[in-house]
Write a protein that binds this ligand. Structure first.
Ligand code: ADP
Length: 552
């Protein structure tokens, strides 16, 4: 048989293991891997920075359930990609990082871009390795792909020295493992499922919290059936939105603080009691709140709050078990209970106050008016990426999703700068859907150059920069002495829209609701990417909160 080189073995085995997308920045020693990926039928996107490439690979993992690949050069390139590895680790998303490395026979000699890459990746990955021989590359790739998606999803890293990438081996001597199947879906013990329903029956103020683990496990059908059968109120986490439609009558998102504080039982459906959920502790939660917790990672169960019932396994499988048990012995939480009626009242009140901000036509605009336009005009199934502290938080409460996996954001790690990479990933995974990337001006700055990538690949993403001239609270003017400026301040009314024009996209500068409405309409139907720079009121803020701790 013919000889085959390491680069082709890497690409061929990735493709064989169901890896369809690779994002990278080429250079020594990985050029040949990118070319081989293209020859083997993997969609390769050349990005402008390894951080964005790594964020994109992890977003593919979340959106498809198969890891995206990120390809980076040795040393600095690999270190930049640690940004995406750590983001994938924090979000429990699968990705595979392929790092080039200096020649193995120069190890320890001070080789070009030599660095402890395998060791560096270890802390943020489920598995890292440097393959020991070219002929065993497919075995390593299968292991990396399988490890990234089995059990709790996460990142894996493979290190390829230049001499391994260029090594050749007789194809007859190479063993290609078969494609690893989609992950198993473990069920919970039947008696524990029964106990969960018993605890639910005894609860006076139950609340379901739907996290991105439910979205990842494609459990929407089961979770919707569970909510509809039990009639318990629910809250969705930022990326759990849409597993059950945001406008479902049992969604108590507008009464989030009250629902968390007063619930006596929380049913955790693929969501962690971490900082986003205030650790499940007072003052955000009641001190004696009970939990029924479903998670694929058994070690997550009981973290911060001991679980009343812990169901370790796959969410789709276990909620299916709960539904089966309920169909034999139905349980419906009463609609006229004080819990349901009090929550409904609070929802109505809070919705009205947000509506007033959405309808405020003042110029300069506030966040709510901007997001209302996006909500009203975006076609069904639009994927929203949102980042920047206020941009992300406020957009979450205004933009409604009726299907899962339509929202991407800074996530569990609170990583700013993920936006453009994630939006590019969403656009290639779902060419049938519109992708809108809503960026605070500071968030946009981390990876703004990726608008060139979007233009080069003709990805019709609509970038909306919500521009308040600063990180956090905005500024209206900068002092004459630039070194006396507030550390958070940026160029006043910066012309971000001009950037995209340099690459063939369309830029808009808007100040009024009318200008925004026209620009957004045009941008949505443009076959090329567009960037709408919205100059908002630098003093615009979110809805005032009743307690200071609610803003933390
Ligand atoms: P959110 O930020 O949306 O609240 P988290 O990232 O905190 O969500 O939690 C997601 C949880 O979902 C993680 O603990 C992860 O282990 C879990 N998870 C991921 N996949 C599955 C699955 N298939 N079944 C059950 N749980 C899952």
């Amino acid at each position: 048989m013919a000889d085959i080189n390491g680069a082709t073995l890497i690409a061929r085995s990735l493709k064989q293991q169901g890896v369809e997308f690779m994002f990278g920045v080429v250079g020594f020693p990985v050029f040949s891997i990118a070319s081989a990926a293209q020859s083997e039928g993997i969609t390769y996107l050349g990005m402008r920075n390894e951080q964005s490439a790594s964020y994109a690979a992890a977003a593919v993992g979340y959106l498809t359930g198969r890891p995206g690949a990120c390809l980076v050069v040795s040393g600095p390139g690999m270190i930049h990609a640690m940004a995406g590895l750590s983001n994938a680790w924090a979000n429990c998303w699968p990705m595979i990082l392929i790092g080039g490395a200096s020649d193995s026979y120069q190890e320890g000699m001070g080789a070009f871009q030599e660095a402890p890459q395998v060791e560096s990746a270890r802390l943020y990955t489920k598995w890292t390795a440097r393959p020991d021989a070219a002929g065993r590359i497919p075995t390593y790739i299968e292991q990396a792909v399988r490890t990234s998606i089995y059990g709790r999803p996460g990142a894996t890293y493979l290190d390829f020295p230049d001499d391994l990438i260029s090594a050749t081996v007789d194809e007859a001597d190479v063993e290609f493992p078969s494609q690893c199947p989609d992950p198993p879906r473990p069920q919970a013990a039947p008696q524990e499922v029964e106990r969960a329903i018993e605890v639910l029956r005894q609860s006076e103020r139950p609340l379901a919290i739907i996290g991105k683990g439910a979205a990842y496990s494609h459990a929407e059908e089961e979770v919707r059936a569970f909510i509809d059968a039990t009639q318990i109120p629910f809250l969705s986490s930022p990326m759990g939105k849409g597993v059950v439609p945001d406008e479902h009558p049992l969604s108590v998102a507008p009464a989030r603080a009250m629902a968390l504080q007063e619930a006596d039982l929380v049913v955790l459906l693929g969501a962690r009691l971490n900082w986003i959920m205030h650790f499940g502790k007072p003052p955000r939660f009641s001190a004696d709140v009970k939990t029924i917790q479903i998670d694929i990672a058994a070690e997550e169960i009981g973290r911060n709050v001991p679980a009343e019932v812990g169901l370790a396994g796959d969410l789709k499988a276990i909620v299916g078990q709960l539904n089966d048990t309920l169909s034999g012995a139905p349980f419906e939480f009463p609609g006229d209970s004080a819990w349901r009626t009090n929550l409904a009242e609070r929802v109505a009140k809070n919705k009205a106050s947000v509506r007033a901000m959405m309808d405020d036509e003042s110029v300069p605009m506030g966040y709510y008016r901007v997001f209302r336009e996006i909500q009203e005009q975006s076609p069904p199934g639009t994927i929203i990426q949102a980042e920047g502290a206020q941009t992300m938080d406020i957009s979450r409460s205004v933009l409604m999703h009726d299907a899962p996996r339509l929202r991407l954001d800074a996530g569990s790690f609170g990583t700013m700068g993920v936006g453009l990479g994630q939006a590019i990933a969403a656009a290639v995974v779902h060419p049938d859907k519109k992708v809108v990337c809503i960026e605070g001006d500071s968030a946009f700055g981390f990876s703004g150059m990726e608008v060139e990538t979007a233009c080069r690949y003709k990805l019709p993403i609509v970038f909306v920069v919500v521009n308040n001239n600063a990180i956090g609270g905005g500024v209206e003017a900068l002092p004459e002495d630039p070194f006396a400026a507030p550390p958070s301040g940026y160029t006043i009314d910066a012309g971000y829209e001009k950037m995209i024009e340099g690459f063939g996209g369309r830029g808009y500068l808007v100040r009024t609701p009318d200008e925004l409405s026209k620009a957004y309409k045009e941008a949505l139907s443009d076959p090329m990417p567009s960037l709408i720079n919205v100059l908002i009121d630098p003093h615009a803020r979110g809805k005032p909160q009743k307690f200071q701790w609610l803003t933390q």
